[in-house]
Design a protein around this ligand. Sequence first.
Ligand SMILES: Nc1ncnc2c1ncn2[C@@H]1O[C@H](COP(=O)(O)OP(=O)(O)OP(=O)(O)O)[C@@H](O)[C@H]1O
Ligand SMILES: Nc1nc2c(ncn2[C@@H]2O[C@H](COP(=O)(O)O)[C@@H](O)[C@H]2O)c(=O)[nH]1
Length: 181
Amino acid sequence: MNVSLVVFQGPSASGKSTLQALLGLPRIVTWTSRAPRAGELDGVDYHFAPRQTLERMKDAGDMLETSEYRGHLYGTSLASIEGTARGAGLRSIVLDASGARVARALLGERALLLGVAASRAECEARLLARGSDAAQIAARLAGYDEEIAALSGCDLIVRSGDGALERAGEIVQALRPLLGA
Ligand SMILES: Nc1ncnc2c1ncn2[C@@H]1O[C@H](COP(=O)(O)OP(=O)(O)OP(=O)(O)O)[C@@H](O)[C@H]1O
Ligand SMILES: Nc1nc2c(ncn2[C@@H]2O[C@H](COP(=O)(O)O)[C@@H](O)[C@H]2O)c(=O)[nH]1
């Protein structure tokens, strides 16, 4: 069975978006009610919208799935996933464990669930470097153990350890043949 969607899953700051960018596949952009971080662009990193907009989309049946994370609503629109369900080429997406389960239910083995792991200390240091304050770091790391445990549902787990980001490039090179990418 050919993979049509690579789903990146893992704790906050484990390196999901970094690996996704290095892999260089077309990305499915999801929706969020949280504010953009410095450098994040609307329509590129996320579709940023007020919670009411996401709730209206959900009520109208326009969302494949939604998830609450640290006081904000996130969701994958049906429109964004439509081509993938029809088999229109390999794409990637970053989702939490509940979203990954929905992708698996929709696409079966055509979804490759890729777990991204890093130690709690590595995630903490990366969150700090990203400019998160102590309360934000504590809130995000509160889910760390559960998010690591949830990686057991993934097809493959990669460790995005600290140090040179070139190591992440090596991970991606190892993945390409598996994906036919
Ligand atoms: N292997 C690595 N070594 C060192 N730093 C890394 C590594 N991977 C990612 N980083 C850095 O850690 C930060 C978080 O990475 P990234 O945004 O990829 O994580 P994420 O899992 O997508 O995070 P979140 O779920 O919180 O959005 C970024 O500043 C990134 O440059
Ligand atoms: N189930 C979904 N999870 C999503 C979606 N978009 C992002 N996410 C996950 O949310 C958290 C937090 O993301 P962040 O950008 O604020 O750090 C992270 O685990 C993402 O994987 C979605 O549409 N559905």
